[in-house]
Design a protein. Structure first.
Length: 412
């Protein structure tokens, strides 16, 4: 069997050095060094999947893997960005940034500047570079990490005063969500941006996405000390290519909105577990193939599982969450239909090799899974997954460990 590949995170010093060097190579000759370095983490969601846009509960943690940006403000409104991951510079004037008109990965950067400008802040152009150890296309929120790193950079450089407390960070998260929805054109909910901007080291963040809740009522940090329980959270990047991600994600969201409309409720959070059977019966005449009912069953049961998971963690009973993780994966596989062969195999082989719980994380259609594993069994689980992928003739997965880490902020 080949040696497992570990996807290491970078230290702050290493990340800062990389982007400062890249900045000097890309823009230095034009006018000096970057004004500073900022970074933002990717995330894994412990449980509560496809619930954020249904006003439900989710429970992410920030990863130690971060996206680093070095930024220098300009006097005009041009945004120029270079990335270690691609040769081509991305450039656009802020005045040309409008929904539907921005192509390429720079949309995540210019979109944040645009959204802050829409909020009335005096945003200017910038020269910037990006480098990242957040795996791309792995459902670990590399896009949110990019947006959030720029959000804290602009906040700092323009003196907006939002990054210093949670209420301000909620506004930065809202700008990042607008950038993603309106400029990058991905109809995602707010889970990823909240995780990247509002997480705390050593904690999971219980997000309650009901729109009627005030910014400070909708998130509660919960101590999540897996190490104290003798456990590790293992993340497995299955490297499954994303298939039709945008269309499929938008289709799931549209089904939920259609079901809520048929049920006469503002969102599916309004359907409680006690009211689920009645809601399914109401949908039946409109739902010949059963798709709407499966989607609703996932959303309602997933929020209930998330509440139970959070209660167990709060009670210091983290070692008992395994069955909830497994039930979440089964629901995402059978009712929400967002898993693929690789994520199912990763979960099944993690459990067969001794994990106490496992599930896909993020939007699905490929991407990563997580497994809660006894600390002295990590190697055994990694070997079991690696072997299962080899035997199935699949590309080797990547592995990382995920202690709950810090939110976005200034790095240097
Ligand atoms: C993606 C989206 F960006 C989030 O908003 C969330 O819906 C998640 O999929 C599924 O829980 O990460």
């Amino acid at each position: 069997m080949s040696t497992p590949e570990w996807l290491e995170s970078w230290s702050d010093d290493d990340g800062a050095r990389r982007v400062r060097d890249l900045f000097d190579r890309s823009f230095g000759p034009d006018g000096g060094a970057a004004d500073g370095v900022w970074s933002a983490p990717g995330r894994v969601n412990l449980i509560g999947e496809h619930t954020d846009y249904n006003a439900g509960l989710c429970l992410p943690i920030a990863l130690p893997h971060r996206t680093f940006v070095a930024v220098r403000l300009r006097d005009d409104d041009t945004v120029r960005v270079a990335s270690a991951q691609t040769d081509a510079h991305w450039e656009m004037r802020l005045s040309d940034v409008v929904p539907g008109e921005v192509e390429g990965w720079g949309a995540y950067v210019a979109g944040v500047a645009w959204a802050l400008q829409q909020d009335g802040f005096p945003v200017r152009g910038l020269d910037a570079v990006v480098d990242s150890c957040v795996p791309f296309g792995a459902s670990l929120s590399s896009s949110a990490a990019l947006e959030c790193a720029f959000a804290v950079a602009l906040d700092d450089l323009l003196g907006l005063g939002l990054g210093g407390d949670d209420a301000g960070r909620v506004r930065l998260a809202a700008a990042c969500i607008r950038a993603e929805n309106e400029i990058a054109g991905a109809a995602t909910g707010g889970l990823d941006q909240a995780a990247s901007l509002r997480s705390r080291p050593g904690h999971a963040l219980l997000l309650d996405c009901r729109p009627e809740l005030g910014a400070l009522e909708n998130a509660a940090p919960i101590p999540f000390d897996v190490a104290a329980a003798g456990l590790e959270l293992l993340v497995i990047d299955t490297r499954a290519p994303h298939q039709l991600v945008d269309g499929q994600y938008a289709a799931r969201r549209a089904s939920c909105e259609e079901a809520a409309r048929l049920l006469g409720v503002p969102h599916l959070r309004a359907v409680t577990p006690d009211g689920l059977d009645e809601a399914l019966a109401t949908l039946e005449p409109h739902d010949a193939d059963g798709v709407l009912r499966r989607r609703v069953r996932h959303v309602v049961t997933e929020t209930a599982r998330t509440a139970e998971f959070a209660d167990l963690v709060r009670a210091g009973r983290v070692a008992e969450v395994g069955p909830l993780m497994n039930a979440s994966h089964a629901s995402l596989r059978d009712d929400y239909e967002v898993t693929v062969r690789e994520t199912d195999l990763s979960v099944d082989s993690s459990l067969a090799a001794g994990a106490i719980g496992a599930r896909m994380t993020g939007g699905g259609f490929g991407g990563s899974t997580i497994a809660l594993v006894r600390a002295d069994e990590v190697e055994q689980v990694v070997a079991g997954v690696q072997r299962a992928f080899e035997e199935a003739g699949l590309r080797a997965p990547g592995f990382l460990l995920a202690p709950p880490s810090a939110a976005a902020g200034r790095t240097a």
